[in-house]
Design a protein around this ligand. Structure first.
Ligand code: NAD
Length: 258
């Protein structure tokens, strides 16, 4: 009989890119579902306080580790430190991402493209590279990456961002296949517009650009709040999703259906 509990009691979780927005909301939900947690980010001044606040709310062990996902040695050290504090690792969320620099393809810069990919794609790859050995050692695990509806459809004037999220989808599906018979599941969520700093800066960057044909309208006529991502993430982290791997879960108010 499958376990259909959403409880994460006794689980050992790490969320990378948890200083704000979706990562913070999901970290909070993972701890509130019972997991001990290490949150990682680039803003220790803020992160230490967030960890204390989440831990007080959840009653689980929550701490912070500084990590810039563009630096491989920092990702390796952060995962090692998380495993030492938690006594293992069986849930990991690779959330760090930036919107890049919206603009027409002829105005894109190679350097900015590389910066975007270093965070959105190489960051997720490095996260998994260092998380997976610990999950293999423990014989189980669930990894949740951050894709986007822009991993499924195009996004005019954000071609590098959409390409980065298509790449995250490819990483997710491929690593899921590598680990499918080893007790480790790898999935991604594909949010539509979420009310965060990233969305605000993407919209500000696109505001001076021409409207795009087929530009995504949200059938539900609103953006989501970061907390609306958390239910699917807790489900993907839990045994209630035990047969789910290699998939992108759209949480998008109907964007991809339209
Ligand atoms: P956000 O700006 O609030 O969060 C981004 C997080 O990534 C922050 O915590 C930031 O500190 C972290 N980060 C950035 N660069 C980093 C680095 N080099 N190393 C470590 N951490 C780094 O925005 P958000 O919307 O919550 O974004 C979270 C994820 O969700 C991103 O991957 C984003 O692409 C994805 N997403 C967002 C939306 C949206 O509409 N907001 C839609 C689809 C997907």
């Amino acid at each position: 009989m499958a376990d259909i509990s959403f409880s994460l009691s006794g689980r050992k979780a790490m969320v990378i890119g948890a200083d704000s927005g979706i990562g913070l909301a999901c970290a909070r939900a993972i701890a509130n579902a019972g997991a001990d947690l290490v949150i990682g980010g680039i803003d220790p001044g803020k992160g230490e306080g967030l960890a204390r606040e989440i831990g007080a709310e959840s009653g689980t062990k929550v701490s912070y580790v500084a990590v810039d996902v563009t630096r491989e040695e920092q990702v390796a050290a952060a995962v090692k430190e998380a495993v030492a504090r938690l006594g293992g690792l069986d849930i990991a969320m690779n959330n760090a991402g930036i919107p890049g620099w919206p603009g027409a393809i002829q105005d894109q810069s190679a350097e900015q493209f590389d910066t975007l990919f270093a965070i959105n794609v190489r960051g997720a790859m490095l996260g998994m590279k260092y998380q997976v050995p610990h999950m293999l050692a423990g014989g189980k695990g669930s990894i949740i990456n951050l894709a986007s509806t822009a991993a499924i459809t195009g996004l005019a004037y954000c071609a590098p961002y959409a390409a980065s999220k298509h790449a995250v989808a490819g990483l997710t599906r491929s690593v899921a296949l590598e680990l499918a018979d080893k007790g480790i599941r790898v999935n991604a969520i594909a949010p539509g517009p979420v009310n965060t700093g990233l969305l605000a800066s993407m919209r500000a960057g696109r505001s001076a650009l021409p409207a795009s044909p087929g530009g995504a309208q949200v059938p539900m006529s609103r953006v989501s709040e970061p907390e609306e991502m958390a239910g699917a993430v807790v489900w993907l982290a839990s045994d209630a999703s035990s047969y789910v791997t290699g998939t992108l879960i759209s949480i998008d108010g109907g964007v991809v259906a339209a």
